[in-house]
Ligand binder design. Structure first.
Ligand SMILES: O=C(O)C1=C[C@@H](OP(=O)(O)O)[C@@H](O)[C@H](O)C1
Ligand SMILES: C=C(OP(=O)(O)O)C(=O)O
Length: 432
């Protein structure tokens, strides 16, 4: 039966400076680590304020398929408190990774603990995302693996031990092995050999969450991570708001010369989104991380309506690139974004997608080997394609604030990490 085409979303243009408080749901990266660690723990635990989104739901389904029991309480459309009871890891099941890097890279090492083969597949584009280094590592550690990308099958048992891999394509290869590593008979020692590993804050997030669960992790040697075998302690933990998803909302303060407040911004965090404070300041925002006595911390971003270009190496915080590129396309001076060649293996080839879509609106964006050069040029309306990439869709929304007639194709793809994006964006623009 022919499907009815979904109309493009007319991105609202701001007619006045925004002034809003935007409460973000839980971090995707923290949620999916916390759920997996809870499913591997030595007893029942709770993950509070967990994100509800496609990526998080795929993780919940994967863990249930592998034998864990997850029951939600305090559930809203955007958030849930998950009560997680681990079970023996069960094989003979299939896992849908969707387009989620955290599912396709974090779950296979756990699947190697199962009592039978576990098969993985995902969205058509997910089959193009790099998987080779982590699948080869599982082989080297003792598992049987069929396939070098999605779809693939993993079958334990695996003893663990030492492995060398090239994690320059994704930090998630390291995080994935570390998260389950304590449950391998010999633990795991990972040595990286190759160009620099991106997204170090995400690896620090993994290490910190493991340590909080009582796991011994040694990171004293550069590019070497060691997890000792042992139990993963059951915990009751609360997920921080998703700071990367704050990016388009904070960007709206810059573009419109308004003010956006994000309540609950952690004073200390391993989330890469915390780098927005420096990045947006360089682009012309005034940023204040306020911590009122007795009150919860919050971030306040204020713009002037004029965006400055930026020269930035985003190697450590690659997932912020689409928002920074959207701001750069609206800036009054040129920008250069460097250090992000690994974005070609993200939800789509983000460097190609950003250059194509900015140029489609009349902009001047050029791909380089490891990033983008974006020069000021007046933009016009048109369709901004999302390539099934949540952060492309929100980048289109940021440009639409200043450029009438921008239509975002498949805005529903924001459901990967922020299903309420359109509603939140509409409220942002309405609440003046
Ligand atoms: O571990 C994580 O939660 C993530 C790590 C990063 O992956 P890459 O290192 O592949 O960029 C990041 O871009 C992704 O959004 C989430
Ligand atoms: C790269 C991203 O996601 P994933 O976890 O699927 O790699 C992202 O969210 O920007």
């Amino acid at each position: 039966m022919p499907t009815t085409p979904v109309p493009h979303w007319p991105a609202p243009t701001a007619t006045a400076p925004v002034s809003a408080s935007v409460r973000l749901p839980g971090s995707k990266s923290v949620t999916n680590r916390a759920l997996l660690l809870a499913a591997l723990a030595d007893g029942p635990g709770v993950v509070r304020g967990a994100l509800r989104s496609r990526d998080a739901d795929l993780m919940v389904s994967a863990l249930r398929a592998l034998g864990a029991t997850l029951v939600a309480s305090s559930e809203t459309a955007a958030s849930a408190d998950w009560h997680v009871t681990p079970g023996p890891v069960r094989g003979g099941v299939s896992i849908d990774a969707g387009l989620a890097g955290t599912v396709m890279r974090f779950v296979p090492p756990m699947a190697a603990l199962a009592d039978g083969p576990v098969s993985f597949d995902g969205d058509p584009h997910a089959r193009k995302r790099p998987m080779g280094p982590i699948l080869d590592a599982l082989r080297a550690l003792g598992a049987r693996v069929e396939g070098d990308a999605l779809p693939f099958t993993v079958e334990g048992p695996l003893t663990g031990g030492e492995v060398t891999l090239d994690a320059s394509g994704s930090s998630q290869f390291v995080s994935g092995l570390l998260l389950t590593g304590a449950r391998f008979e010999k633990g795991v020692t990972i040595r990286h050999a190759g160009p620099p590993v991106p997204s170090q804050p995400h690896i620090e997030m993994t290490v910190q969450m493991l340590r909080e669960a009582g796991v011994t992790v040694d990171v004293r040697e550069r590019d070497v991570w060691r997890v000792e075998p042992g139990p993963i302690a059951a915990r009751d933990m609360t997920v921080e708001p998703d700071l990367s998803n704050a990016a388009p909302f904070l960007a709206a303060a810059l573009v419109t010369g308004g003010t956006v407040t994000v309540p609950g911004w952690p004073l200390e965090t391993t989330q890469p989104g915390d780098a927005l404070r420096g990045l947006l300041t360089s682009m012309g925002a005034t940023i204040a991380l306020e911590s009122p006595e007795g009150g919860a911390a919050r971030l306040v971003a204020t713009g002037t309506g004029e965006v400055r270009g930026i020269d930035a190496d985003l190697h450590e915080v690659g997932e912020l690139t689409p928002t920074i590129a959207a701001l750069a396309a609206l800036a009054v001076t040129p920008s250069r974004i460097r250090g992000v060649s690994h974005l070609r293996g993200h939800e789509t080839d983000r460097l190609a997608a950003l250059a194509t879509e900015i140029n489609r609106l009349g902009g001047d964006a050029e791909e380089t080997a490891d990033g983008l050069v974006i020069r000021p040029r007046p933009l016009h309306g048109g369709v901004f394609h999302s390539y099934d990439d949540h952060r492309m869709a929100t980048a289109g929304a940021v440009i639409g604030l200043a450029v009438p007639g921008v239509e975002v194709e498949n805005v529903a793809t924001t459901g990967k990490t922020l299903p309420e994006f359109v509603q939140m964006w509409t409220e942002l623009l309405g609440s003046r």
